[in-house]
Write a protein that binds this ligand. Sequence first.
Ligand SMILES: Cc1cc2nc3c(=O)[nH]c(=O)nc-3n(C[C@H](O)[C@H](O)[C@H](O)COP(=O)(O)OP(=O)(O)OC[C@H]3O[C@@H](n4cnc5c(N)ncnc54)[C@H](O)[C@@H]3O)c2cc1C
Length: 464
Amino acid sequence: MSSSVVFKSFTGLLHSSSAQDHHLKPPRRRTTFRVSASKTSPRLQNRNLRVAVIGGGPAGGCAAETLAKGGIETYLIERKLDNCKPCGGAIPLCMVGEFDLPLDIIDRKVTKMKMISPSNIAVDIGQTLKPHEYIGMVRREVLDAYLRERAAKNGAQVINGLFMKMDIPKEGGVKGGAPYVLHYTEYDGKAGGTGVKKTLEVDAVIGADGANSRVAKAIGAGDYEYAIAFQERVKIPDDKMVYYENLAEMYVGDDVSPDFYGWVFPKCDHVAVGTGTVTHKGDIKKFQLATRNRARDKILGGKIIRVEAHPIPEHPRPRRLSGRVALVGDAAGYVTKCSGEGIYFAAKSGRMCAEAIVEGSVNGQRMVEESDLRNYLEKWDKTYWPTYKVLDILQKVFYRSNPAREAFVEMCADEYVQKMTFDSYLYKKVAPGNPLEDLKLAVNTIGSLVRANALRKEMEKLTV
Ligand SMILES: Cc1cc2nc3c(=O)[nH]c(=O)nc-3n(C[C@H](O)[C@H](O)[C@H](O)COP(=O)(O)OP(=O)(O)OC[C@H]3O[C@@H](n4cnc5c(N)ncnc54)[C@H](O)[C@@H]3O)c2cc1C
């Protein structure tokens, strides 16, 4: 049997009037697109497909919005509606357009980036940006709340609750369409309240509950290696804030992290100073102090107003799907190496997974099957595997020693490198290269690395 699935457009969503006012982009045409699907799964009687999304970060908010718009009975369970996820909050330009984000939720538009080497050589990157291009800086409490509210406006039921566990139907039951029973504690919003234990029956579950995902545990998804990231929000004097108006800094060196980078990112009225590491988690506070010290002169007189830390997944979990349960965002392990970026990938995977469910259930009219959810995984891996691989290699080559980091910063001065890097980051598409420039870059990179190796050998002689 062949049927036609209709997705409502992702543009022209319901905004608050103030959000609309700040939306400087020209209005886009409302469009619909149709997908043809052949389905054999049972047609649901007198009800639509029920899907629970666990976790209301970018992955969960975007998944719930897409499900609700696609005709699914959608529940979004978030334990803390004012959650302030520890995060640098840097988002690529394409996310603003693709997810139709209003400009008033973006604190800063970063157009200048300084990459600072172990010996404090600073290279300005961002010179190749076009006038309309920028990296967005958001506060997560603002972004996440906005995405959740938009999901609710589109019909998702947002529950302020802590997901505890779920009863998974037996093998035959998963195939036969038996429900998953979720156990959660619902809060009534009163401070100190212990909440009320409840259960909810659904046909499918999206685990968007972050790095410590309980949904992942429930389906035996297995563990991943993780980095610990630490961040301090520092309120600096107004005259110091002028310097960070539209500028972000990245520091590399053994002092700030043996395998990652330290950062100073500007926010509305403060800067976020942080660092991370996989290999030396016990030393994270030492690395944080070093990052603050490197930025010392520029944040002098600053007051720490918030200290936060959280794990960052290093690679996808061994299993991201089981029956009618799929993982997205950090729960699945979708943060890139080298840059530690995960917001866009969380939002995108949430949306992609939800689209697969909408399509597989023919707008909520039919039961979904594991194969429908697998379509999301296949599409995801095909689209993003090269991005993850390239960044993994870059991290291995350039973050391994101080001489290699010096070479990396030196390489960042090259305009061609900047253009390729920014185009790939801002638009999430591997930028098409220019063969001649690629060759020059390869020669320069080898030159930088040879110099780095020679330098390292000299350093080793000195320390023997
Ligand atoms: C210090 C730091 C800096 C970072 N900087 C950047 C950056 O600048 N740019 C970038 O792109 N990425 C950055 N990242 C990564 C980014 O924060 C994550 O990749 C992103 O938040 C993943 O989104 P998510 O929706 O998958 O998960 P999360 O944002 O972790 O959201 C999970 C949600 O689930 C909720 N939840 C968890 N358990 C339960 C439960 N049992 N019941 C109900 N709700 C639950 C949580 O309250 C939370 O709201 C950074 C990470 C860290 C730690």
